[in-house]
Design a protein around this ligand. Sequence first.
Ligand code: DI6
Ligand code: FE
Length: 422
Amino acid sequence: MERWDELWTNVHLATLAEPEGVGAMDDGALALTGDRIAWVGSRSELPGPPGELARRVRDGGGGWLTPGFVDSHTHLIFGGNRAREFERRLQGVTYEELAREGGGIRATVRATRAASTDDLVQGALGRARELLSHGVTTVEVKSGYGLDVETELRMLRAARRLQEETPLSVHATFLGAHALPDGYQGRREEYLELVVAETLPRAHEEGLVDSVDAFCESIAFTGEECARVFDAAVELCLPVRLHADQLSDGRGAELAARYGALSADHLEHTSEAGVRAMARAGVVAGLLPGAFYFLREEKTPPVELFRREGVPMMVATDLNPGSSPLRSPLLAMNMACTLFGLTPEEALAGVTRNGARALGLQDRIGTLEAGRDADLALWDVDDPAELAYWIGGNPCRAVVKGGRPAWSREGPTPGPPPDAVP
Ligand code: DI6
Ligand code: FE
């Protein structure tokens, strides 16, 4: 038998390999060859002594090994921040009011347009490395703070640079229909025409788009307007997803289902009919408790209906400067449990198996199974439920991406030296 490159022992495994539960395996073993997982099982089933089976034997120190986390909904590239708006919201001004007076997303658009691409990359790199240190190996990043051709392209190029300059895989989502930009009041049609006829095709031509998203909401775009963006995506054979029913029921879940979206996200106001449509179409429910928490919303997404209808639930940070400045997937898991009533097992599935599915990557990542990408996170916990239990702190000990060490608590993050970054 060909020797494996690496064999992990003295670990417990949460494989997430079954459609339910975490697939817990006490005293497990996991082998890697190249960038793939080669073998997963319990140590007692190993076909020989570890030292003979692999070139390198790694001691997991009795920790838990999970799939590398998938943060499947973020807006982590942006200029500036909105701490001042946070203060105003605490004094009673609502998120919608800020948006209507030209703040909110449009405030970040102005700051993003004013930032150089290098500045955007630098700001995002810090946040991306922070996610990596919390076990994330794949992150989705959206455009949507440019809203003109040039800045949308710059954001998406910055997303590709994040992939080059960190060990992370970056899935780039085009969100040209995030808000109506300054200067287009009363000219909605024209803006949408720019998005579907120019911005999206150019971004796609440059190879910068992995999926297409839109914000279906009273302060953003109507269902019909989002459908127009989706039609353009379908034309280019790009998968779609949707910011749906976050602040009101705009039948976003139904729209996402109609287009066979990878996921519909937020969903606080989704109706039972919407949930059923998602179930029939196989749409993942994206739960973003950071935005619910930070906007101090009161209506929670219909988690019991998702369970009953068999809709898979993903959990993500929604990391963004306005509604969810949340920089930890572990905190997102904790909030998904405390605020939305998920079990710790569901929260863990939400940042692994179901996060992968929300990106259409379920055949490659999100579980520990032979043949999958060797994306791993090692945790100093006695029970995987602890990943959703601690509020703050970071029990991550090491992260492996594509078979290579990507982060370790003991050492610096591998990657180009800081002076190689312009
Ligand atoms: N929903 C959100 O939670 C983010 N975008 C969206 O469509 C918020 C974006 C922001 O406020 O900057
Ligand atoms: Fe979002």
